[in-house]
Design a protein around this ligand. Structure first.
Ligand code: TPP
Ligand code: SF4
Ligand code: MG
Length: 351
């Protein structure tokens, strides 16, 4: 594997955000992915979202599995914590890290092979447990890193670069995330930064399992006629349910929309998601309706994008397990070893 460090030189007049960092401070090493790979656009969107939200890079933990997509955390947030796990095992490592330290922002980055094939079981459990995280699948319908075999999300009837037709039914990660209890479920396209950046911001502000499926064309192995993950196919079949405005707690809400044209969802941290409706019949607060809509559109070969479902009223795994508010590595001796009387009282409560 090759790693290219970016030169440290930067223009002295580069704009800084409220915590004093330039956009460059959110970048990582130079990407070694193929030129035009959708994954690089997703990295750029993550950089933009974190810079805009004034997140200090050292407050972020990036976790990934194996694949071209899972390599990308090396290409953004170079000053953040990072852990490149075994193939398909990112969710359990992320869950453990989150339980040990709830102070960091957990960003899981995975591929369709990583999450829908070898890691499908892990994907299911992290969604149903409501782990507080942003989980992004960079979905290209193939195993890019191992030379373009169909992945489990490839549509039935779609064609490989050599013309082979995929006979298997696809795993629909959006449908699974909805069924399993994720509380923020979105789909986007790597080529639509205007849609993707606010979706990532909304997911960062969300407390609970936030899942974003990003269609991300693989230019080397899955960008041809007959593919349903090519740039042309997604541009032609992209049906957005809404446009999202992400409003931080300190910003006033200025733009007004006629009743029925926008939905506002306030999140735990006081930020507001304003969804400008593009489809009058779509309500992202109704899980059952969202699932039915996603499946109906899929049957018609359309790619439904936008914030498909959100519920900001439910707590996360920390609430369910009453985990330590203080990171485990910061607990001092009195908390770690409270003494014989505390042990006796604990034993009594278990008898
Ligand atoms: C345990 C294990 N099995 C198989 C592999 C080989 N392998 C490496 S990446 C990969 C699939 C990657 O596909 P995806 O997650 O979709 O990422 P992409 O490269 O398409 O972004 C596979 C099967 C591996 N590294 N480890
Ligand atoms: S092989 Fe495909 S997924 Fe991997 S870097 Fe190249 S274009 Fe991207
Ligand atoms: Mg893939």
């Amino acid at each position: 594997m090759t790693y290219l460090a970016k030169p440290k030189l930067r223009h002295p007049t580069l704009a800084t955000n409220k915590v004093g960092y330039t956009r460059r401070d959110y970048e990582g090493k130079i990407s070694t992915l193929c030129a035009g790979c959708g994954h690089d656009s997703i990295s750029a969107a993550i950089v933009q979202a974190c810079w805009d939200l004034d997140i200090e890079p050292h407050r972020v933990a990036k976790l990934s599995g194996i694949g071209c997509s899972s390599k990308t955390p090396d290409y953004f947030l170079g000053a953040s914590h990072g852990f490149n796990t075994v193939h398909g095992r990112m969710p359990s490592v992320l869950t453990g890290a989150s339980l040990a330290n709830r102070d960091l922002l957990y960003l899981g980055v995975s591929g369709d092979g990583d999450s829908a094939s070898i890691g499908l079981g892990q994907f299911a459990h992290i969604m149903r447990r409501g782990v507080n995280m942003v989980y992004i699948v960079e979905n290209n319908g193939v195993y890019g890193l191992t030379k373009g075999q169909f992945s489990a999300t490839a549509d039935q009837g779609s064609k490989s670069k050599k013309g082979v037709v995929n006979a298997d039914s696809p795993v629909d990660l959006i449908g699974l995330a909805l069924q399993l209890g994720a509380t923020y479920v979105a789909r986007s396209f790597s080529g639509d930064k205007e849609q993707l950046v606010p979706l990532i911001k909304g997911a960062i502000a969300h407390r609970g399992a936030a899942f974003i499926d990003v269609i991300s064309p693989c230019v080397a192995f899955n960008n041809h006629p007959g593919s349903t993950r090519s740039y042309d196919y997604v541009r032609e079949h992209n049906e957005a349910v809404s446009r999202i405005d992400f409003i931080t707690p300190r910003e006033p809400i200025t733009a007004e929309y006629p009743p029925g044209e926008a939905i506002e969802v306030e999140q735990h941290d006081g930020s507001v998601l304003r969804l400008r409706k593009l489809r009058a019949d779509y309500d992202p607060r109704d899980r059952v309706a969202a699932l039915a809509h996603v499946q109906a559109m899929q049957a018609r070969g359309e790619v439904l994008t936008g914030l498909l479902y959100v519920d900001a009223s439910i707590g996360d795994l920390h609430d369910a397990l009453n985990t330590s508010a203080v990171p485990l590595n910061a607990l001092q001796e009195p908390a770690l070893c409270p003494g014989a009387a505390a042990l006796e009282s604990l034993n009594k409560s278990l008898r």
